[in-house]
Ligand binder design. Structure first.
Ligand code: FMN
Length: 362
């Protein structure tokens, strides 16, 4: 029997040849000064064009939303042109690609954002974890609380970034609402102590999605969430209630998809599937990379329509072809996942062989 992962999927504007999506993954290989994607980015993504859908690494809508060194932006014309080379290469290789819109809020350090103080819904510092910078791991600083007007400005910046993404040739955009970053900081209980309208847990997420949908069309907009995910020191006492309320507000828009990352004790995928009438992309964030078997089980149970793989896609550019043929998988080289200040960014990035390459060299 053919794997459910290899069945085509169609809904709204999505026309996917298979249900194996590439999960968004930061690779720290952009030019740090300009935020333009690096010289190998087009090749890296084009190599993975066999994915049902590629979702890019997180891309900032505002320099204060940059979480670490060599993370790309989608604000300047130079950045738009850089991403155009990527989308052209992916489309020429027959693929589909969404840009992930990512503002990190408090999850950064002054060293990563030109000496500025990180911004957040409320001035709540990350206590126990440290943050990566090119000068080594650093203690977090206390973030500055966004004014209401500044929060509205970030919503507008997401909409502008989405418009830039479409100009750069992306098929759509995904808002990153998970993993303890800005949108998630508004959704969570310990990081949102606001008394303005954004004190309502779902308000910022809802307004960001609505603004982006108004800018580029809801059928080209996805939202990623990770309900109850404790990563980056977030506390959510009632993820089912909070996210059910968010989905009730967003469901009528007709979004491209909801991308649910499950991590922690709350079973987010099973909990939210009944409350989302549209396409659901599932992802597990565990210690080991998600397996083919786990993905097939989720699809077979009807809990999701598409499954996204992260680490397996770094090491296996032709992951769907490997699933189709039962070919063995390449091992991930952990030490070269992230880029370095100096050195060849091709290493660990575009040098994983596809099956076709192996046949040529044999
Ligand atoms: C190197 C790396 C970078 C990541 N960067 C992002 C990111 O930019 N945005 C995001 O939403 N998730 C990010 N993630 C999380 C992945 O999208 C995914 O949820 C996680 O890797 C679990 O899937 P897997 O088990 O298939 O790897 C990253 C994960 C890895 C391994």
């Amino acid at each position: 029997m053919t794997s459910p992962l290899l069945q085509p999927y169609e809904s709204g504007a999505l026309r996917l040849p298979n249900r194996v999506a590439m999960a968004p993954m930061t690779r720290n290989r952009a030019d740090d000064a300009t935020g333009v994607p690096g010289p190998h980015a087009a090749e890296y993504y084009a190599q993975r064009a066999g994915a049902g859908l590629i979702i890019t690494e997180g891309i900032w809508p505002d320099p204060l939303g940059k979480g670490g060194p060599r993370i790309p932006g989608l604000v300047t014309e130079e950045q738009v042109a850089g991403w155009r080379a990527v989308t052209d290469a992916v489309h020429a290789a027959g693929g589909r690609i969404y840009a992930q819109l990512w503002h990190v809020g408090r999850m950064t350090h002054p060293r990563n954002i030109g000496g500025a103080t990180p911004v957040a819904p409320s001035p709540v510092r990350i206590e126990h974890e440290r943050i990566f910078t090119d000068d080594g791991m650093a203690e977090h600083v206390t973030p500055r609380e966004l004014t209401t007007a500044e929060a509205e400005g970030i919503v507008a910046a997401f909409a502008a970034e989405a418009r830039n993404a479409i100009r750069a040739g992306f098929d759509g955009v995904e808002l990153h609402g998970g993993n303890g970053y800005l949108i998630h900081q508004f959704l969570a209980d310990n990081t949102n102590r606001r008394t303005d309208r954004f004190g309502e847990r779902i308000r910022f997420a809802a307004e960001a999605v609505q603004a982006v949908a108004a800018a580029v069309g809801a059928e080209r907009v996805g939202l990623r969430v990770s309900p109850g995910n404790p990563e980056n020191e977030l506390v959510e006492h009632d993820p089912q209630g909070t996210y059910q309320a968010l989905l009730a507000e967003l469901a009528p828009l007709g979004l491209a998809y909801l991308h649910v990352l499950e991590r922690g004790e709350y079973g987010a995928i099973a909990g939210l599937r009944p409350h989302w009438p549209g396409t659901l992309i599932a992802n597990y964030n565990g210690t080991a990379p998600s397996s083919r078997e786990a993905a097939e089980e989720v699809l077979a149970k009807g809990l999701a329509d598409v499954f996204s793989f992260g680490r397996l896609f770094i090491a296996n550019p032709d992951l769907p072809a490997r699933f189709a043929t039962g070919a063995p998988l390449n091992e991930l080289r952990e030490e070269v996942v992230y880029g370095f200040p100096e050195g060849d960014h091709a290493v660990g990035y575009v040098d994983y062989p596809a099956l076709a390459d192996l046949r040529v060299t044999r």
